[in-house]
Write a protein that binds this ligand. Sequence first.
Ligand code: SAT
Ligand code: MN
Length: 582
Amino acid sequence: MTTTNQVLADWVKEVAELTQPDQIYWCDGTAAEEQKFNDMLLADGTYKKLNEETHPNCFLHLSDPQDVARVEHLTFICTEKEADAGPNNHWMAPQDAHQKIDDLFAGCMQGRTMYVIPYCMGPIDSPISRCGVEITDSAYVVQNMRLMTRMGSDALARIEREGGFVKGLHSTGELDPDRRFIMHFPEELAIKSYGSGYGGNALLGKKCHALRIASYQAKTEGWLAEHMLILGIKTPAGKQHYVAAAFPSACGKTNLAMLIPPEGYVKDGWEISTVGDDICWMRPGEDGRLWAINPEAGFFGVAPGTAKATNPNALKMLYKDTIFTNVAETEDGQPWWEGLDDRTPKTDWQGRPFDPANGPAAHPNSRFTVSAKRCPSYSPESEAAAGVPIDAIIFGGRRASLVPLVAEAKSWDHGVLMGATVASETTAAATGAVGVVRRDPMAMKPFCGYNFGDYWAHWVAMQEKANHLPKVFTVNWFRKDDQGKFMWPGFGENMRVLEWIIGRCQGELSATETAIGHLPSKDDINTDNLDMDMNVLEDLLAVDAAGWKSEAESVEAFLSEYGNRVPKALFDQLKQLQSQLA
Ligand code: SAT
Ligand code: MN
């Protein structure tokens, strides 16, 4: 196979000259190809077959123990001007970065096959979608990209029709952490990644393209590329709503995306559907609303903690056609991880006989890769070329104190301030001081491909591009009482907060105006069959003025780190908050 796109043909040739593979293989995305690659990965030991009876067509891959997560300190944004990357990124001059990483790529594919993966982020016929090509020497990466993107001939045909594509070059190299870099060249729409086979570092369609490069593309083209799940909510009256929600890591994004409502809600006719669990691309439509797609086609989720009680939908999709990476294995060849059930595994994530003295059996960042179509709550609208219209944007953090269960922004500008100042508090589980607030604006700290100041200005400017923007909310499922116990039950019960949010979008439910936004009173939240002390709910919805005054000071110091690139609208909003608190 080859291509009629001259830029692509020339680039493949150039990369082959640099990396010197034994052969070049163009991926077509067919089922026959998928089978062939599985057989190959089994034969060379990259895959181990799991129990065919309980887990048909499922495979276990154990990675190099030094290659189990994203590497933010080795991840660079390489723009001509350092200030364009901003204080939120590590920066390297493009010329230096190319030189440094090309030295590593030189001859690195000798004795290996070079795979060319044309892929499309988003439904193949959607105008919101964007294409890329990943060149890699890893067949494991090919199989993951097959599940996570629309890859193969259809994507290539679109590239040949449209011309443009993001260039992603990847090699696992020697898997040596000292010879590892993840470089992004937003101005060239290019990515170069060397020395890791791990998801976020190696599946270049995901964080590298769909967030870092796409956020830059989105700024120049007038749309938004965000680290958000997309959830469908159908009311008993049959009205379909969609919300997009951003949370920093370890805040339950996949669980919320696949939420199962409390029994009473199901009986009343509420329905939840999943469009995406990680990334959302939104674009103003002719109607002035934001229309969103999930650019991904699969889920690359954390295995530990996934269980019947926490996320039954996720568990159901993992019994077939799934790649498991760095989980443990039971005696009879089933995948296992902490929190799944009370069985004891036979081998751990490094293939050793399980011994609790060695730590957890499954790596805490062990993963499953599975097609989104396997999810019981998967929305058929995920395939819609037009995308889905977003009614509400939700920002969430993990705050043990201060931040209420839910608040609605007073305006778009106020919502941007809420998103820009999202934070999580460090817990006793991590080393260092407890209760330290770490800001993670729009949950994009590791993923925004340019200066946060410019990014917030772009968010503010969306008002000029779309006149029916979604309402903006913050949520906090993680408030704790004096005893350190969670005050809100979370999981499926979060539906009660979603109902209030949807009610606000429909203009049906009431709220109280406060300095920090519109808040429900405890009577505005549906508490039918909720086993909870109403005084606690009242506490969760109270505004602690003194606490918010010091929060506002911390926010001011944080925004100031981004200097004069911060849009004036955010400081105006902050001043307004401060004067209303006074
Ligand atoms: O970065 S990954 O895509 O590998 C996982 C995550 O952090 O969401
Ligand atoms: Mn993520």
